[in-house]
Design a protein around this ligand. Structure first.
Ligand code: MG
Length: 373
């Protein structure tokens, strides 16, 4: 297939480069190299055993952070290709966007942030950047993965002004109220399309939510009715898959149409123009509202389901216990872990954030159960 011609406002190559200069890659683009570095990182492999919504041991078919990230990359790349934007950059950002997540999903992030409140807090976006900038130890010449600026700015989806001021070039856009590239904007919304839809699928599979409840959500009802009238005798499992598939299609199509419209309206001629105008990658107003309704449903009926809440409470206790134990006696930390970090609370947060769900459970047992070592 011939190379697609990129739009003039696409990121065609890294304008701001890497923090440590390296020879240009041969046979692949700079962003392909970033993607490859991310895939070979330890943090990427750990995503396989980190919770998205369901804790890893709850079942083999639920999404994990790894399969979630791959779905985000798939959706993001299709959108980028349709808009003549840089697919490789979208893929790199998508695969890296959750590298800084703690074990146990949002419950873990909240618990660690609470533990860190007197020490500068903990935020998974900042941590994802810290993983690729500092924590990965894979190269002789530098800490981290030395990714391109454009990949790093996409990973840093949001950040407080206080944190932005500490981050140098990659934080500047928050201080100047400028936007990241369209590729970063796509990865951000592909994330949202992926999790809303796979949480519907996983929620149904788990039995915590039902199709009947979901028919109160307009976006679901519309596609469910369509699937049922096209295939009146279809087994429930396939009804779910067809419905989710159609929903993803509708959201992606709407996003592309609205984004094309926004691009026509603002007529950017370059990436710099993109940075100066409001976000261009967006759903239509109607789809934004339908999407919001779906998110609200998931929040009430799935993320706050008592069984999810129980698992969250357990996870938060584990994180809190681990943090307290290591802070009280840092000698309990494995000696090979990050000896160069001198700030104990940050060292402990990095250690805990890097854990998979099951590693955290085991480490908790090792620290607190007398008959374990
Ligand atoms: Mg995500």
């Amino acid at each position: 297939m011939p190379e697609l011609q990129l739009a003039p406002y696409a990121v065609s190559n890294s304008a701001y480069g890497r923090r440590f200069s390296e020879p240009a890659p041969s046979g692949r683009s700079e962003f392909q190299r970033d993607r490859d570095r991310i895939i070979h990182s330890g943090a990427f492999r750990r995503l396989e055993y980190k919770t998205q919504v369901f804790v890893n041991h709850e079942g083999d078919l639920f999404r994990t952070r790894l399969t979630h990230s791959i779905e985000v990359a798939q959706i993001g790349r299709s959108i980028a290709r349709r808009l003549a934007l840089n697919e490789d950059l979208v893929e790199a950002i998508s695969l890296a966007h959750d590298l800084g997540h703690t074990p146990f999903g949002h419950a873990g992030q909240e618990a660690l942030n609470a533990c860190m409140k007197d020490y500068g807090g903990f935020e998974h976006n900042l941590q994802s950047l810290r993983v690729v900038d500092v924590l990965e130890e894979r190269y002789a010449a530098f800490d981290g993965l030395n990714l391109c600026f454009e990949t790093r700015e996409g990973i840093l989806k949001h950040c407080s002004l206080e944190d932005a001021a500490q981050l140098g070039a990659v934080g500047e856009r928050f201080l100047q109220n400028r936007r990241p590239s369209l590729e970063a904007q796509i990865a951000n919304l592909a994330d949202e399309i992926a999790y809303n839809n796979h949480d519907v699928d996983d929620g149904l599979r788990s039995g915590l939510i039902t199709l009947e409840q979901l028919s109160s959500v307009r976006l679901v009802a519309r596609h469910l009715d369509e699937v049922r009238s096209l295939y009146p005798n279809l087994a429930e499992r396939r009804v779910v898959h067809e419905t989710v598939r159609h929903m993803i299609g509708t959201l992606v199509t709407d996003l592309i149409a609205q984004t094309e419209h926004n691009i026509r309206t603002h007529a950017p001629q370059s990436v710099d123009d993109v940075r100066a105008v409001p976000p261009l990658v967006a759903f239509s107003a109607e789809m934004h509202e339908l999407n919001r309704e779906l998110k609200a449903f998931l929040r009430t009926h799935l993320y706050r389901h008592y069984r999810v809440m129980r698992m969250s409470a357990k996870s938060q206790r584990i994180i809190g216990d681990l943090f307290k134990a290591f802070m009280e006696d840092p000698r309990l930390l494995p000696p090979q872990f990050m000896p160069q970090e001198t700030n104990t609370s940050r060292l402990v947060a990095d250690y805990i954030a890097g854990m998979t769900d099951r590693y955290a459970v085991r480490e908790h047992r090792r620290l607190f159960a007398v008959d374990e070592d």
